[in-house]
Design a protein. Structure first.
Length: 458
């Protein structure tokens, strides 16, 4: 009887501890990793590093000098040596360590064994990046950071740089318009495309940037950000009037560059290789970011007259995509599908959009439209995005690299409040003033007096 009582006394706290650990792992994976996962994975790595590297085929024959020294000092068996390991640096989401590759090894050898290393050391994923020739960094991620996105507290940013999402390797995804001028964002309904757009708008709203929108859904996506927008077109007719104004603004900026750098006035715009960032700061025009939501609405036509207007708008968008970067005009095009079936000029415009973000789509053809021409292996990853994870996307660029990202939740009310608070940053662009959206005046509630007046009775 005494033994049973003792077991119950000991088993109760152990069961409670195990249940608490399971609850923490499921609901607070970051806390669980810091308290339990980090020390366990570090112990596994330190105790099994040599054997794991040998099992993965990442060891090499030791040098002759090392063989000779071993034979002289001891009678131990000569074994292959693993890559030299650097210090283990813990992070809030995993571990980081650097490996110095042995002669004859390459980073691809380590990357091919990433899945084996993940299982051997008990982590969620292992990513390999090249630091410099002969040195790679292993980034071990302890848990699924995309299940509940928490952006890093400190993210390096700058002009036209917006941290909009978290990568699967726990690093922030920064949309940099200076590096990738134009982008295409595709996704089905409720896939998280609007959330991605909110982060872009609110991130740019705090900077000295002119924001212009074309939202052919009567402005339901971009109208809440009207206080910060320099111009907004809510239907194809208004877009047809706004785009020529932007073309003229681009041409005026090219004339400014020519005048400043002494280029002959008759020089074609296509031959100018400089841009507005080479101008003095007091002469530099403000950058412009054009958001086009539901781009298919600009392509769809029903009559011959609408077809002529469509062709003109598509031509203007292509010109902006080809020549706008040097003039400081950048495009962010969003839609559900964007392929050749939209009509003439669709594929030509898509070819100019370097950055690609593909959320959940309804068919494989849509994923190929976004990623097939730059990262074919990313198409299957985009098709595997589940519906219960809105905001999850696959991002790729013309280098062929790709990764999964997920945007954190941002309510429409918070995004609109950010735009209202930064309304004073709207730059002066006289050309687009006729298209400036009207902002309704917020009703001011009269404050309730601290002391209610009492009626005077006679």
């Amino acid at each position: 009887m005494t033994d049973v009582t003792t077991l119950l006394e000991v088993g109760g706290p152990v069961a409670a501890l195990g249940g608490g650990a399971a609850y923490t792992r499921a609901n607070h994976p970051g806390v669980y990793w810091s308290a339990v996962g980090l020390p366990m994975s570090t112990a596994r790595l330190l105790s099994s590093y040599g054997s794991v590297m040998e099992a993965c085929g990442l060891t090499v024959v030791p040098s002759r000098l090392r063989v000779l020294a071993t034979q002289v000092t001891s009678r131990r068996e000569i074994r292959p040596v693993p890559p030299r390991r650097g210090l283990i640096r813990p992070t809030t989401t995993g571990l980081r360590l650097r490996l110095r590759l042995a002669p004859g090894q390459e980073p691809a050898d380590v990357a091919a064994s990433a899945e084996r290393l993940r299982h051997a050391w008990g982590v969620h994923a292992v990513y390999v990046t090249t630091v410099k020739p002969g040195v790679v960094e292993l980034r071990l991620v302890g848990y699924d950071v995309l299940s509940k996105v928490r952006m890093p507290r400190k993210v390096a940013g700058g002009t036209l740089q917006v941290p909009v999402a978290l990568r699967e390797d726990a690093t922030p995804f920064v949309r940099d318009y200076r590096t990738v001028p134009h982008g295409l964002c595709l996704g089905a309904t409720l896939s998280g495309k609007s959330m991605y757009l909110r982060h872009l708008v609110t991130g740019l709203a705090r900077q000295s940037v002119a924001l212009i929108g074309i939202d052919c859904k009567r402005g339901v996506e971009l109208a809440p950000f009207a206080p910060r927008l320099s111009a907004l077109a809510t239907d194809p007719e208004q877009a047809a009037e706004l785009l020529p104004v932007l073309i003229k603004e681009m041409e005026n900026r090219y004339d400014l560059i020519k005048a400043r750098q002494g280029i002959a006035p008759g020089t074609p715009d296509e031959t100018i290789t400089s841009d507005i960032w080479g101008l003095p700061e007091h002469e530099r025009p403000v950058p412009v970011v054009l958001f086009v939501d539901e781009v298919a609405e600009l392509f769809l036509v029903a009559t011959k007259k609408e077809e002529e207007r469509r062709d003109e708008m598509v031509t203007q968008l292509i010109r902006l995509a080809q020549l706008g970067r040097a003039a400081g005009i950048y495009l962010e095009v969003c839609g559900q599908r964007f392929g050749a079936e939209l009509g003439k000029g669709a594929t030509m415009l898509r070819a100019q959009l370097t950055g690609r973000v593909c959320h959940r789509v309804n068919d494989e053809a849509s994923a190929k439209m976004a990623l097939g021409d730059i990262a074919p292996e990313a198409v299957s990853a985009a098709c595997a995005i589940p519906a219960e994870r809105p905001g999850l996307a696959v991002v790729g660029d013309t280098s062929g690299g790709w990764s999964r990202i997920r945007t954190p939740y941002l309510s429409l009310a918070d995004a609109a409040e950010t735009c209202r608070a930064s309304a004073h940053l709207v730059p002066d662009l006289p050309a687009v003033k006729p298209f400036r959206p009207s902002v309704p005046v917020q009703p001011v509630e009269s404050p309730t007096p601290a002391v209610q007046p009492r009626p005077v009775t006679g």
